[in-house]
Design a protein around this ligand. Structure first.
Ligand code: NIG
Ligand code: FE
Length: 455
């Protein structure tokens, strides 16, 4: 199947309107956050063969970067003309029998870092533990050294390289954590670069402050090193980050042996006072009270959750039932890459009504992978998610995990016109064709930003 821009396209990208026609399936994900059984409802619209061939089935209309209507093309065109959206001002994108989904949202990445850590893969094959490597000064700390040594321009170039990989795979919004600086100057540099890359576009980049990612070398030989670093984070680094104004969220690696539940609480409570949204690395390696803390603090998202306690699961379930859900953002590609056996209890979470998102956790240590379709595959194979549940995890639920559920993540009037045209007739094939390049076209804010001609 090849993509055709039947009218307009790049040559007419100055047109304010975009009409997407000829889809076999449009996965709208309309209807809000997915919880429980609804996680499996993609709110998909299907066009018949004849409609696909004639380009007469359900179409999507966008104007000045936002979706204005979804509906049968003939009626849609009449309605557009009659409502002040002249058809002559629309470019038309032919989905050529493919599937259209919302642009993918990666709600957990460590986008910016120096260096790489391929040696750790072999160390882990030989039995070294992740925290053991960190304690020996490797792991996160080796990336901190490489990141501190990198120039701002090198870090920005690295960011552009990986954002472009993400965009080509259908990602249109990315959360990007700091956390490889750990001193104020480098943390500010990372947050500034993340912000700047978002301004450059086309991917929107939402910076998160992760000063509490590890205790840096300059604190490690102090008495009560972790406590001293936590005090520094709260009293000095956080006010500096808040004054800079680039971070939208604060995150903590809440894990026994890294930052305890109580230390995480102090850092995140202070961050909330500065107006930052809250998210946590929670219960990644062992039950550490992260899920419970996420609920207690009303975090947007509790991430990883490979090993939550029974109390943590119950807290997440109660929060969802009581109407203030914390999104469980699961990162199965990390568990896979760490060669761990504990995959997050995704089925249990969904059965208990907890909304589940999926993210890449892109980083040099535990997940050098930025491909969300591949994350969906691992989620289907290891978390036993249904393909529709997995797609909800990287669209509508990921948007909610970033507090952006009313703005993006679904194909509904008023939402951003961030779309992916896939070269498959149903979204259920996206995780099925493992590792394949299935993206035909990516649309960001109503403009075609990626076009793959064939494949
Ligand atoms: O989410 N676990 C903490 N942070 C990252 C890994 C960072 C690293 O190893 O460099 C994660 O897996
Ligand atoms: Fe992470």
């Amino acid at each position: 199947m090849t993509l055709r821009l039947i009218q307009g396209g790049r040559a007419e990208q100055d047109k304010p309107g975009l009409l997407v026609v000829g889809a076999r399936e449009i996965v709208t994900m309309a209807g809000g956050l997915r919880m429980g059984e609804a996680q499996a409802d993609p709110a998909a619209l299907t066009n018949a063969d004849a409609e696909v061939a004639a380009g007469s089935g359900t179409a999507i209309a966008a104007w000045e970067g936002r979706i204005v209507a979804v509906g049968p093309r003939p009626e849609l065109e009449v309605a557009l003309e009659g409502s002040g959206y002249p058809l002559a001002r629309f470019a038309t994108l032919d989905a050529a029998g493919g599937t259209v989904t919302p642009g993918l949202i990666d709600a957990h990445t460590h986008l910016l870092f120096g260096g790489s850590r391929e040696a750790e893969l072999v160390l882990r094959q030989r039995g070294a533990g992740y925290l053991e490597i960190l304690e020996a000064g490797g792991g996160i700390l080796s990336t901190v050294a490489a990141t501190r040594a990198a120039s701002a321009e090198d870090l920005a170039e690295h960011g552009r390289r990986w954002l472009s990989q993400m965009l080509a795979r259908g990602t249109t919004t990315v959360e990007a954590k700091s956390g490889y600086g750990l001193d104020l100057a480098t943390e500010l540099r990372l947050l500034e670069i993340a912000h700047r890359l978002g301004e450059e576009g086309p991917i929107d980049v939402l910076p998160t402050w992760l000063g509490a990612h590890a205790v840096p070398p300059e604190f490690r030989d102090r008495p009560e090193a972790t406590e001293a670093f936590v005090r520094y984070l709260v009293d000095e680094q956080l006010p500096g980050v808040a004054a800079q104004g680039r971070a939208r969220f604060a995150d903590v690696f809440c894990e026994d042996g890294v930052f305890s539940q109580d230390q995480s609480r102090r850092i995140l409570t202070a961050a909330a006072r500065f107006g930052l949204g809250l998210r946590l690395h929670a219960d990644e390696l062992r039950p550490s009270g992260g899920a419970e803390l996420a609920v207690e603090l009303g975090a947007l998202s509790a991430d990883h959750l490979a090993t939550p306690s029974g109390e943590g699961m119950a807290a997440l379930a109660s929060a969802a039932v009581e109407g203030h859900p914390v999104v469980a953002t699961l990162l199965p590609a990390t568990t896979w890459f760490l060669m761990h056996d504990d995959f997050a209890p995704a089925r249990g979470l969904i059965e208990r009504g907890v909304p589940v998102a999926l993210a890449s956790d892109f980083n040099p240590g535990t997940s050098p992978n930025c491909n969300l379709a591949l994350v969906m595959t691992v989620a289907c194979l290891e978390l036993k998610l249904d393909p529709s549940e997995a797609l909800a995890g990287v669209t509508v639920n990921a948007a909610h995990a970033l507090g952006l559920g009313d703005d993006r993540g679904s194909i509904e009037a008023g939402r951003l016109a961030d779309l992916v045209v896939w070269r498959v007739p149903t979204h259920r094939q996206i995780p099925y064709w493992v590792g394949a390049d299935l993206v035909a076209t990516v649309v960001k804010r109503g403009r075609v930003v990626v076009e793959h001609a064939t494949g």
